[in-house]
Design a protein around this ligand. Structure first.
Ligand SMILES: CC(C)(COP(=O)(O)OP(=O)(O)OC[C@H]1O[C@@H](n2cnc3c(N)ncnc32)[C@H](O)[C@@H]1OP(=O)(O)O)[C@@H](O)C(=O)NCCC(=O)NCCS
Length: 337
């Protein structure tokens, strides 16, 4: 079938076409993972506003491929401003009924050209692979990108098996005597803020990234506050648990995000234990603590998803002990100019 001509237009989060741009992502998600509710448009809008707000840690753009007055393809480029000065993150999506007509290739070329104009030479993109042969993988390979990291998604159906959770809690509490476990929601306590920033910095160096060419990120307390505000603006609440030493230092954390508009499914976000405090089962302990908190505050959450590199054996072991089961992959790709 001959492709109708598509126009490529720049969009901002408050433009009339932006809801249709968000709907392209929703259609892609419904097609890939029909059992998951798509990401609410509010998340894209809030991220878009972050990019246009002055003083933020990222810049970038949104473009749409439009045929007639329908948005059929979506491009987002994110440029980190505080670190990784060579990197651009590119997201490309084409509505499932408009594929294999070159729209993805056009949008990718637009994203590359914009990022190159801004001095970026290293492009990174992610592909959600619900099934073994995904269009995104074939597309990335066709364009000469390299697969640097494959993470397995695992899902946990709630409520967690009570015996498993109690066993993990008891065992990890014994191994980690001397650390206090604290929980909080949406806002890191002031006295733990700088330590929380160090943990986020370590997420970019100590969590397995495969061959992904990313550098250590610059995190301070102010950037953690920006990150916290961005979750609230996106309509999420974040439940956290941390391990604190006797002298008050936060040395391990885990975050669990709940989308408030559709709280049936939560996401396990970052978890990290500082190297010098490993071996005390603190990872298992903070995860068990946040699961308890979740059950108390959001009993309506039915499922949690998490992503781990297969090389991250300690984290995978904790997740499997809790009953998480594999549910596809997330691959990360790069291209160097
Ligand atoms: C990946 C995606 C953007 C491709 O969009 P598209 O408009 O179909 O892409 P194009 O028509 O430009 O495809 C270019 C080439 O990629 C390859 N390709 C794309 N989809 C493919 C598929 N399903 N199977 C095999 N090869 C595929 C082909 O070589 C194709 O050329 P051809 O059609 O002449 O054979 C689209 O499938 C999508 O939105 N997927 C979900 C989001 C995603 O994974 N994004 C990728 C980020 S890198």
């Amino acid at each position: 079938m001959t492709a109708p001509p598509a126009r490529i237009v720049d969009l901002g989060p408050d433009d009339d076409l932006f809801p249709a741009w968000c709907e392209v992502w929703a259609a892609v998600q419904r097609d890939d993972r029909p059992e998951d509710p798509p990401r609410p448009a509010q998340e894209h809008v809030a991220l878009g506003r972050e990019l246009v707000a002055p003083g933020g840690s990222r810049d970038g753009l949104h473009r749409a491929a439009v045929t007639g007055d329908a948005v059929v393809g979506a491009l987002r480029v994110l440029l980190p401003l505080r670190d990784n000065p060579a990197v651009a993150f590119l997201d490309v999506a084409v509505h499932p009924v408009h594929r294999r007509r070159g729209l993805g290739t056009r949008l990718l070329a637009e994203g590359r050209a914009y990022a190159a104009e801004r001095g970026r030479t290293l492009f990174i993109s992610e592909v959600d692979e619900a099934l073994p042969s995904s269009p995104g993988r074939a597309f990335a390979e066709r364009h000469g990108w390299t697969c640097d990291l494959v993470e397995t998604r695992r899902d946990l159906v709630l409520p967690v098996d009570a015996d498993r959770l109690s066993a993990l809690e008891a065992e990890s509490a014994r191994a980690g005597a001397g650390y206090e476990i604290r929980t909080w929601r949406d806002r890191t306590p002031d006295e733990l803020l700088e330590d929380r920033a160090l943990l986020e910095r370590r997420m970019t160096t100590d969590a397995p990234h495969g061959d992904l060419p990313v550098e250590e990120e610059e995190w301070d307390g102010e950037r953690i506050r920006e990150y916290e505000r961005s979750h609230v603006a996106r309509g999420r609440t974040v439940l956290s648990a941390g391990a604190v030493t006797a002298d008050g230092r936060l040395v391990a954390f885990t975050d669990l995000q709940v989308p408030l508009a559709q709280p049936g499914r939560a996401s396990q976000a970052g978890t990290l234990v500082l190297r010098e405090h490993r071996g005390h089962r603190l990872g298992a302990r903070v995860k068990a603590a946040v699961l308890r908190d979740l059950a108390a505050q959001f009993p309506e959450v039915r499922r949690i998803s998490t992503y781990n590199s297969d090389s991250n054996t300690p984290m995978v072991a904790v997740n499997e002990a809790l009953g998480f089961v594999p549910a596809g992959h997330l691959s990360s790709w790069s291209l160097r100019l």
